[in-house]
Write a protein that binds this ligand. Structure first.
Ligand code: MET
Ligand code: ZN
Length: 770
């Protein structure tokens, strides 16, 4: 019998139970017992759900109160001293490492003040993990028994799970050296770490675990040789009499360039992602020994589309033809962490469209059906396959997906449309004349505090409790407040503050054709922050202006230049669930054309500074170097340029990037007049150099917008002075890291005032020396 397997299930709960209790715990409104109880209930619910769906191999230890990689750091005692020194309960150490902790002393405990560890994107997803950070005196030991406890918890419910661990090589490679230890290469710690893994595996075996899923996702990256060769060392050490069988899993890409690292490992089987890279089947099969099992990742863990049963069954059958049914498992391509929990709570999506989707819960049935089909023959699932074929073909032929006018317009895109009229130097001169922007110009990134008031009004409007007119009035009043505030503080290029936007992608999605929205389709982004990505279902076009009214109004009440504010094509695409029936490139082009019209409408309305944010441009970069990556860079850049190049020389195009490792060459290729980049927490001096040869104008973020902390004027002065050591002063803008929407007004005013005062000091000096 061909078994079905799930690599991981979303832990947040169908009603975001995990977020609610975690945040309540942080603010002292829930006890630790209540927190743990919700965790336990969620685990139980998820296991039972999978069991009831008929899944054969069900994961455990995929639950986490913050992040599964961070759990491993706690588990192996990878806790820098700045956290351990407080001797907090383990759960509080976990949260302190994940999100920082600042609290005053009480009678029974000293004050705590510690910042969070670095948070990084999990491969090419919008999930963020907390980077393992190895300080000088790291001492591996088994610090908890979480995986064993959760295994036993499931066992007590009569469910025999397959515990999930991040494998040792990936765990080390995804980590970094701590500040006190910069020369360390984490992979050099492998031999010290392995005994602790072995101890944990022995405990799991004692508890009754037959097999452990060991995730080695870095096998889809370009790896240095010493990492490639670490696999043999690690797995020959770990596979033993005292350990359960190990099942090696990779996902999100092509493992074949590292196939030598897998070949000959004494593991029970290998899982690969055949949704992403079906072409790797032969090579993966060839790497297996006759006793090793192949887990076929065929139900997409990264999107929300129904699996095409006919195709999936055919694919799995082709795998069976190569290795035999007894050696095949049907599985999700990756953990289902990246998909919303269930379609069942979606009441507003039109039935016709809803029938195209499959969220995590629905994907369980898909894995089971495919496994049954390849075991008992397609006749055993005739009804399911027929229903599936019907929805797939309904989508293929639906008038919602295909808009001839949009396709024709894309087909007519010319290279010219994606080029500004003149080179930067000429544009700059025209902009100087038209805009009257001083040296060391000050600006912000777009959003201002999203107060409770704003959320209340938006909710009322969504629920129909106030009229559109009342809501508009309210928004205008908010814009007025923000504009007046910026004039008082003395900023040079103003923004309208984005009070009308719930989210920087959803807002645009709602105004465009081709998108649908969920009411409860939350996906964990990091910790307790979840996002609800819009879904692109059809060709995208713009029925009418999206932001012109607000920007025009904002410009009308000030003499200073007002910056229009848009989300770029790549970010709209990446932070949605894209279509899988047409290429990403084509979707980006459609978005670009819609945004191009908006940019031109803004210009026509008298808004001559326009920012098009692309914070997700890096996230979409294919994981390996090569043709696919070059191709991505090419279309990502072209779509930004297509969106922004339809304006006059004298109109100034800005762009903004944050929270990712950018490649200066990609940013340069966009040819924006001004870019702003999140920067304040990059305390490594090499980052200052990175963009020093950037030819156009640039603002390096001067303060952290995630913290209420107010930097003094002198701190701004010294930061700017540091930057000026490598950047020409004519090129430099002065701005915060990112939007201020999560901040309060008090610290916003104080920080911006200090920032503006610092800029003025430099301006005066420059004038004096010029
Ligand atoms: C994640 S980037 C955010 C940019 C947006 N304009 C804002 O200020 O919020
Ligand atoms: Zn940002």
């Amino acid at each position: 019998m061909v078994q079905s397997a799930v690599l991981g299930f979303p832990r947040i709960g169908a009603q975001r139970e995990l977020k609610k209790v975690t945040e309540a715990y942080w603010s002292g409104k829930a006890t630790v017992e209540e927190l743990f109880k919700v965790g336990k209930d969620l685990r139980e619910k998820n296991w039972k759900l999978q069991k009831d769906a008929g899944v054969d191999i069900i994961p455990s230890n995929d639950f986490s109160f913050y992040d599964q990689v961070l759990d491993h750091s706690l588990l192996f005692n990878v806790i820098p001293e700045r956290y351990s020194k407080y001797n907090l309960p383990a759960i509080d150490t976990l949260f302190a490492m994940g999100r920082g902790l600042q609290r005053p002393a009480t009678e029974s405990s000293p004050a705590v003040d510690v910042t969070a560890l670095e948070m990084v994107k999990w491969f090419d997803s919008n999930y963020h993990y907390v980077r393992p950070t190895f300080s000088k005196n790291v001492e591996f030991k088994l610090n908890s028994t979480k995986p064993v406890d959760e295994f036993l918890e499931a066992k007590a419910l009569g469910i025999n799970t397959r515990p999930v661990l991040v494998g040792p090589v990936s765990y080390l490679y995804l980590g970094k050296a701590d500040k006190d230890n910069l020369e360390l290469e984490p992979i050099s710690l492998l031999e010290k770490l392995l005994p602790v893994y072995a101890e944990l595996l022995a405990k799991l075996k004692e508890a009754g675990a037959e097999t452990v899923q060991i995730d080695e996702p870095i096998l889809v990256l370009d790896l240095p040789v010493e990492v490639q060769s670490a696999y043999k060392v690690a797995y020959e050490y770990l596979v033993s009499e005292t350990a359960p069988k190990l099942f090696l899993t990779t996902y999100f890409g092509d493992v074949t360039p590292n196939i030598q690292s897998i070949k000959g490992l004494p593991v029970a089987g290998v899982h690969a992602d055949f949704v992403r890279v079906p072409e790797q089947l032969d090579e993966v099969v060839a790497a297996l020994s006759p006793s090793q099992i192949l887990s076929v990742g065929i139900v997409n863990g990264r999107n929300i589309w129904k699996t095409n049963f006919a195709k999936a069954i055919e694919f799995v059958n082709s795998a069976i033809a190569k290795v035999g049914a007894e050696r095949v498992i049907v599985a999700t391509s990756s953990s289902l962490l990246h998909t919303p929990v269930t379609l069942a709570s979606e009441k507003k999506i039109p039935a016709e469209i809803k029938d195209w989707f499959s969220f995590a819960t629905e994907k369980l049935a898909e894995v089971v059906t495919i496994a049954k089909a390849v075991t008992d023959g397609s006749e055993s699932v005739t009804a399911e396959v027929a229903a599936n074929a019907k929805s797939i073909s309904a989508r293929e032929t639906s008038s919602i997906t295909n808009d001839t006018a949009v396709r024709e317009r894309v087909a007519k895109i010319t290279e010219d449309q994606a080029r500004r009229k003149s080179p930067f130097g000429v544009r700059l001169a025209a902009q100087k004349k038209a805009l009257g922007i001083p040296l060391f110009p000050t600006t912000t990134i777009g959003s201002f505090p999203q107060t409770k008031d704003i959320r209340i009004f938006r909710n009322k409007f969504t629920k129909g409790e106030i009229t559109a007119e009342e809501y508009e009035k309210f928004i205008e009043k908010e814009i007025e407040t923000v504009v007046k505030f910026q004039e008082e503080v003395g900023l040079d290029v103003l923004v309208h503050g984005e009070p009308e936007r719930n989210d920087m992608v959803q807002y645009f999605g709602e105004k465009l054709n081709g998108f649908v929205f969920t009411t409860n389709g939350w996906v964990q982004s990091y910790g307790s922050r979840y996002v609800r990505p819009p879904i692109i279902v059809g060709d995208v076009s713009r029925p009418g202006p999206m932001t012109v009214k607000e920007s025009k109004f904002a410009q009308s009440i000030t003499k200073k230049p007002m910056k229009g504010m848009l989300t770029g094509p790549v970010t709209c695409l990446r932070w949605s669930f894209p279509r899988d029936d047409i290429s990403s490139k084509l979707q980006a082009q459609q978005l670009a054309l819609a945004l191009r019209d908006e940019v031109q409408d803004l210009e026509a309305a008298g808004v001559y500074v326009i920012q098009v944010d692309e914070p997700a441009i890096r996230e979409g970069l294919p994981l390996r170097a090569g043709a696919e990556r070059d191709d991505y860079v090419n279309w990502a850049v072209e779509s930004f340029r297509l969106a922004t190049s339809g304006v006059d020389d004298s109109t100034q195009i800005h762009s903004h990037f944050c929270y990712s490792d950018l490649d200066p060459n990609h940013i340069k290729a966009l040819d924006a007049d001004v870019v702003s980049i999140e920067f304040s927490k990059k305390d490594d001096p090499k980052y200052i150099q990175e963009f020093s040869e950037y030819p156009n104008h640039i603002g390096l973020g001067l303060f952290d917008i995630h913290s209420p902390r107010v930097p003094a004027k002198d701190e701004f002065v010294s930061r700017i002075a540091d930057i000026l050591k490598v950047y020409p002063q004519e090129n430099l803008w002065v701005n915060p890291d990112c939007g201020l929407k999560t901040r309060g007004w008090t610290e916003t005013r104080a920080s911006l005032q200090n920032m503006v005062d610092a800029a003025k000091e430099f301006r005066a000096k420059y004038v004096a020396t010029a």
